[in-house]
Design a protein around this ligand. Structure first.
Ligand SMILES: Nc1ncnc2c1ncn2[C@@H]1O[C@H](COP(=O)(O)OP(=O)(O)O)[C@@H](O)[C@H]1O
Ligand SMILES: [Mg+2]
Length: 280
C-alpha cells in the first residue's frame, strides 16, 4: 500500500456569514500515486474541498494534512501550494502573460528561482504536455485544450506531488477534453503524480482508480467506480448519472444480447461486441 499523501480527518469549512458548512466533516485519505475522481451536484462542496487541499482556504474544523504538512502558518500554506498544484475550470482565468513560456515561468519567477533553473524546468514542462512548439506563441491563439495544457505545464514546472483539476475539462470541446484527461492520466501513471480529478463527466470518473461522491458538503459515496455506479439508484438520487456504456449495455441486455454485468467503459463495450461478432 502506498503512503498516504492527503489525509482529511473531520474537515469542515464554513464561509463567513454562511448558515451551514460548505464542507462538512469530511474524512478521506488519498494514497500517493492514486487517481481519485470527485463527483457531486453543483454546490456539493467540491471546489471548496479543492481549495482546502491547496491551502487557498483553511479548515474551520478538523485536521488536514497534505504531503506531510498541516497548513497553519503562511509558510505552511506556501509549502502546501508548492506540493499541490491546481488547474481550474476556465483556462482564460489562469493565463497571466502574453507568451506561453513566460506564462509557465510565472510561478517559478515568483519563488525567485534562478533563471537557468527556470529555463530548464519550463522546457521540461512544455515538453511533458506536448506544447514545446508553442513556447513562443501567444496563449490567445491557442484552443481551450491547449490553454489547459499550458496551465498544466505551469503547475508541473513547480514539480508538485499532487495536482487537483477542478472541472478543468468542463469548458472544452470533446477533443480538448480527451486531451487534457489523458494528459492527467499519463502524468499519474508515468510520473507518479497523485491526481484529484473533479468532474461532471461520468465517463471520466469511470476511468479513475477511486471515486468519491459529495453531497451537501459530505462524502455520500466512496469506492471503485464500478462499485459506485453499480448502485445506480443512489447515484441518480445524488443528482448524477451512470456512464453511457452502462445504459447501452442495459438496453442491449433487454434486447436479448448477452453481455457481462459491470460493463462500464467504451473499451470494455468494444471488446464484448467484438467477442459476440466473432462468435456469430
Ligand atoms: N465564496 C463563497 N462564499 C460563500 N459561499 C460560498 C462561496 N463559494 C461557494 N459557496 C457555497 O458553498 C457551497 C459549496 O460550493 P462549492 O464548493 O463551489 O461547490 P461545487 O464546487 O461542488 O459546486 C455552496 O452552497 C456555495 O453556494
Ligand atoms: Mg465547483
Amino acid at each position: 500500500m502506498n503512503k498516504t499523501i492527503i489525509e482529511a480527518r473531520g474537515v469542515s469549512f464554513t464561509y463567513e456569514g454562511a448558515d451551514s458548512p460548505a464542507v462538512d466533516n469530511v474524512s478521506l485519505s488519498v494514497s500517493q500515486g492514486e487517481f481519485l475522481a470527485i463527483l457531486g451536484r453543483n454546490g456539493s462542496g467540491k471546489s471548496t474541498f479543492a481549495k482546502l487541499l491547496n491551502a487557498l482556504l483553511l479548515p474551520t474544523a478538523g485536521e488536514l494534512t497534505v504531503n506531510g504538512i498541516r497548513p497553519v502558518s503562511e509558510d505552511d500554506c506556501y509549502a502546501v501550494r508548492k506540493s499541490c498544484g491546481m488547474v481550474f475550470q476556465n483556462p482564460d482565468n489562469q493565463i497571466v502573460t502574453t507568451i506561453v513560456e513566460e506564462d509557465c515561468a510565472f510561478g517559478l519567477e515568483n519563488l525567485g528561482t534562478p533563471p537557468a533553473e527556470i529555463r530548464r524546468r519550463v522546457d521540461e514542462a512544455l515538453e511533458s504536455v506536448g506544447m514545446s512548439d508553442f513556447a513562443q506563441a501567444s496563449p490567445s491563439m491557442l484552443s481551450g485544450g491547449q490553454k489547459q495544457r499550458i496551465a498544466v505545464a505551469g503547475v508541473l514546472a513547480m514539480r508538485p506531488k499532487i495536482i487537483v483539476f477542478d472541472e478543468s475539462t468542463a469548458m472544452l470541446d470533446p477533443i480538448g477534453r480527451r486531451d487534457v484527461f489523458s494528459l492527467a492520466r499519463r502524468l499519474n501513471i508515468e510520473e507518479g503524480i497523485t491526481i484529484v480529478w473533479i468532474t461532471h463527466f461520468m465517463e471520466e470518473a469511470a476511468l479513475a482508480d477511486r471515486l468519491v461522491v459529495m453531497d451537501g458538503g459530505r462524502v455520500a459515496m466512496e469506492g471503485a467506480p464500478r462499485e459506485v455506479f453499480a448502485q445506480t439508484k443512489r447515484v441518480l438520487a445524488l443528482g448524477l448519472d451512470v456512464p453511457e456504456m452502462m445504459k447501452l449495455a442495459d438496453g442491449l441486455r433487454k434486447a436479448g444480447v448477452k453481455l457481462p454485468q459491470r460493463l462500464m467503459t467504451v473499451n470494455e463495450m468494444a471488446v464484448e461486441l467484438c467477442r459476440l461478432k466473432s462468435k456469430n
